[in-house]
Design a protein around this ligand. Structure first.
Ligand code: ATP
Ligand code: MG
Length: 241
C-alpha cells in the first residue's frame, strides 16, 4: 500500500523557485492498479520518482508498504527499493555495458537469486526477445530496450511496480503483450501497479484513473470531469471496435 499526505516538490531554477508538485494526497491499496494521466510537464514522473524513493520531497509524507520514506537515509532508501520496488523508467535506464540478458539478470543477482540467468532468459522470452539476449542497448530498437527494461522490472516480483509510460515506445501487439504481463503480475503476485501513461487502453484496464494537472492530482470519476469524459468516451469507442 502507498499513502501520500500533503506532498510538495519544488526546485530552484534560474527563474526562481518552481513548484512541480503542489499538495498531493493519494491512497493506493495493496494489489491495486492505478493509472496516472495528465499533460506533459504536469509532474507525473516527478511524483513517481518520489514514491519510489528515488528523490526526496520538499514537504509531505510518503508511507510505502508500512515504511515512512521521510525517515530513511540514502542507504535505507536503497534497501527499500531493492526489497520492494521495481521501476520502469520513461528513458529505460539500461546499463550500456551489459547485454540484454545481463541487464535483466542484474537485480536478481544483486538480491542473491540462484538461478538468475535462467529466470532472466524466461523473462526475456516472455517479452518476445529470446533472439536478442546478447545484444547491447545501443544495438536494440527503442521498443526492444523498453521490453528489456520491463523484463528487468519483473524479475524480482516486486511488491510495488512503478512504470513511467511502459507502452510508450511499443507497437500495438507489443503494447498488448506488455499490458497483459503487467496485469498478470498484478493478479498473481498481488503487485501494486502505479502506471503513468498516455495510453488510454492501458489506463482503462487499471482499477482507478487519476489526472495530474499542474502538480495536483484528482480522481477521474464523473462525466462532468473533462478528462474523465474523454477517457470514458474513448474507452467505449475502443470497446466497440
Ligand atoms: P511528461 O509527460 O512529458 O513525461 P511529466 O508529467 O512526467 O511530463 P515531470 O518530468 O514530472 O513531468 O516534470 C514536471 C515539470 O517540472 C516540468 O516542467 C519539468 O521541466 C520540471 N522539472 C522536473 N525536474 C526538474 C528539475 N530537476 N529542475 C527543474 N525543473 C524540473
Ligand atoms: Mg514524465
Amino acid at each position: 500500500a502507498i499513502k501520500v499526505s500533503d506532498l510538495y516538490k519544488s526546485v530552484t531554477t534560474q527563474e526562481g523557485e518552481l513548484t512541480i508538485l503542489n499538495g498531493i494526497n493519494l491512497d493506493v491499496k495493496s494489489g491495486e492498479s492505478v493509472a496516472i494521466l495528465g499533460p506533459s510537464g504536469s509532474g507525473k514522473s516527478t511524483l513517481l520518482g518520489l514514491l519510489a524513493a528515488l528523490d526526496s520531497p520538499t514537504r509531505g509524507e510518503i508511507v510505502l508498504d508500512g515504511v515512512t520514506l521521510n525517515g530513511l537515509d540514502e542507504e535505507g532508501k536503497a534497501a527499500l527499493r531493492k526489497q520492494k520496488v521495481s521501476f520502469i523508467f520513461q528513458s529505460f535506464m539500461l546499463v550500456d555495458t551489459l547485454n540484454a540478458l545481463e541487464n535483466v539478470m542484474l537485480p536478481a543477482e544483486l538480491s542473491g537469486v540462484n538461478d538468475a540467468k535462467q529466470k532472466a532468459q524466461q523473462m526475456l522470452e516472455r517479452v518476445g526477445l529470446s533472439h536478442r539476449l546478447n545484444h547491447f542497448p545501443n544495438q536494440l530498437s527503442g521498443g526492444e530496450q523498453q521490453r528489456v527494461a520491463i523484463a528487468r522490472a519483473f524479475i524480482c516480483e516486486p511488491k510495488v511496480l512503478f512504470a513511467d509510460e511502459p507502452t510508450g515506445n511499443l507497437d500495438g501487439a507489443n503494447s498488448d503483450r506488455v499490458a497483459d504481463m503487467l496485469f498478470e503480475l498484478n493478479r498473481e503476485s498481488d503487485t501494486t501497479l502505479v502506471l503513468v501513461t498516455h495510453d488510454l487502453q492501458l489506463a482503462n484496464r487499471c482499477q482507478r484513473r487519476l489526472n495530474m494537472q499542474a502538480g495536483q492530482l484528482s480522481e477521474v470519476v464523473s462525466a462532468s470531469d473533462n478528462s474523465g469524459e474523454q477517457v470514458m468516451a474513448r474507452s467505449s469507442a475502443a470497446e466497440a471496435s
